[in-house]
Design a protein around this ligand. Structure first.
Ligand SMILES: N[C@@H](CCC(=O)N[C@@H](CS)C(=O)NCC(=O)O)C(=O)O
Length: 130
């Protein structure tokens, strides 16, 4: 059985691809990312076989943010104790903590006026399974 591993770096997703910030401690990684003015951090499970998150809910938020072109820091964790609902994923967006994948996506659409899903009709929206 393959084991998920926690990495000692975080990836910053941008519309041009991923940038890795490598530092031994989580606080130093976040400091480095804050220094380059990134405001959104996604906290979700570790990667597995190069998949960005080994949990479907976290992967959904990761994919949404990548497709929407939002820059963010991706922190891979197992401990959900700091999460608003005790579950992963959650985000910290400019100091505001938001949990639950659907709530996160609704928050991002509203705050950043994202139009990525604007053309979807009721049929496409009903296909959402997670
Ligand atoms: N409704 C939540 C479900 C998230 C969820 O169920 N997360 C689980 C993992 S699949 C979790 O974090 N459980 C607590 C834990 O693993 O400590 C969402 O859409 O984000």
């Amino acid at each position: 059985m393959p084991q998920a591993t926690t990495r000692h770096f975080c990836s910053i997703a941008t519309e041009h691809g991923s940038l890795c910030v490598s530092a031994a401690s989580p606080s130093l990684r976040l400091l480095l990312c804050a220094t380059i003015a990134l405001v959104i951090t996604l906290y979700s499970y570790p990667t597995l076989f190069d998949v960005a998150d080994n949990n479907g809910y976290g992967l959904k938020v990761f994919a949404f943010m990548r497709l929407a072109g939002l820059p963010f820091v991706h922190e891979h964790i197992f401990d959900a104790s700091a999460a608003p609902r005790g579950q992963l994923p959650y985000i910290v967006d400019d100091g505001e903590t938001v949990g639950d994948s659907d709530t996160i996506i609704a928050h991002l659409i509203s705050k950043y006026r994202l139009t990525i899903d604007a053309a979807l009709g009721p049929r496409e929206r009903d296909l959402s399974l997670l």
